[in-house]
Design a protein around this ligand. Structure first.
Ligand SMILES: Nc1ncnc2c1ncn2[C@@H]1O[C@H](COP(=O)(O)OP(=O)(O)O)[C@@H](O)[C@H]1O
Ligand SMILES: [Mg+2]
Length: 287
């Protein structure tokens, strides 16, 4: 198990020019847990994640890692502790998969030093667990969106950081690969104690895989807590302006969101009042 680091946002204000996106936000990342950030398009999720990784600097307030402001720490030290997979990462033109994944080792290498046995081992492992070892020699430019996404995840894994921030890591992946990536991140969390913070747009996967949710609306946190406690139809309405039923997932018992849409009513004709699942538990409508 790795040491747990503390990562907090303290009165954080983030803006592009004079347009404030995140205003006076307070947040503490639960150490050693899996956290999901959810919210509507454009509400500031990626902006917040970039600030947590020091890719953008605050207009006010600060991000604090282990008691010290992020901007006061050397970049290489941050890169050894905290990895970020951005929403739309850009690979250098023509780079091969294994070389891109190898760049994840940079924070661990001395300038101009040769690769260590550990570097080779970690890159090979990262390719293997993401199922990208067959692609090792291929140029990243020539891969499908799903293959490329798995290669970026391999690179993030190769960085071997105790904190991993991922912005919509399941983008471009089919449902089987989405579940595979989230299972892999869960293994990493359980086996190594890696703290994971990810932006997820699928509320059901977020509820199933995260220990903790932060729900954002226009740059403010409107709910923070375990999915079972905070995922309610009121929250879905507040965050997405969406009319939805929240019921227990028959597989995991975590909440599942069923949007009603304008064209669907329950088999009985009227809107459903309660839903009983195979787990036998009931969530009242409008929870
Ligand atoms: N580089 C940028 N320059 C100016 N505005 C930006 C930039 N990046 C994002 N924005 C704006 O900031 C807001 C929040 O964006 P973002 O954090 O990407 O939202 P989310 O990830 O929740 O979809 C959006 O209105 C977006 O248009
Ligand atoms: Mg985003």
């Amino acid at each position: 198990m790795t040491a747990s680091h503390s990562l907090t946002a303290d009165a954080l204000t983030l803006a592009y020019g004079d347009r404030v996106i995140v205003d006076d936000l307070q947040l503490q990342v639960p150490p050693g847990k899996i956290t999901a950030i959810v919210g509507a398009n454009g509400c500031g999720k990626s902006t917040l994640l970039r600030a947590l990784a020091r890719l953008i600097s605050p207009n006010a307030g600060q991000v604090v890692l282990d008691g010290k402001a992020l901007h006061a720490r050397p970049s290489k030290e941050i890169a050894r502790t905290l990895g970020l997979l951005p929403q739309s990462p850009i690979a250098p033109e023509g780079i091969a998969v294994a070389d891109l994944v190898g760049r994840g080792r940079h924070p661990h290498q001395k300038l101009l030093a040769r690769w260590s046995a550990r570097d080779y081992e970690v890159v090979a492992q990262s390719l293997a667990v993401t199922g990208t070892d067959d692609l090792a020699e291929r140029p990243v430019d020539e891969l499908s969106g799903g293959q490329r996404q798995r290669v970026w995840i391999a690179m993030a894994l190769a960085q071997e950081t105790d904190i991993l921030l991922l912005d919509e890591p399941t983008t471009f992946l089919d449902v089987a690969h989405q579940v595979e990536v989230l299972d892999l991140l869960t293994d990493l969390n359980r086996d190594r104690g890696t703290t994971i913070v990810m932006v997820l747009h699928d509320m059901n996967l977020a509820a199933r895989y995260a220990d903790h949710l932060f729900a954002l609306r226009t740059g403010r946190i409107v709910a923070s807590g375990a999915p079972n406690e905070v995922m309610t139809s009121e929250l879905i309405r507040e965050v997405f302006d969406l009319d939805a039923l929240v019921v227990p997932d028959p597989v995991s018992g975590s909440p599942i969101v069923l949007p009603r849409g304008r064209h669907h009513v329950s088999p009985g004709g009227a809107r459903m009042a309660t839903v009983t699942t195979t787990t036998g538990s009931e969530f009242a409508d409008g929870r």
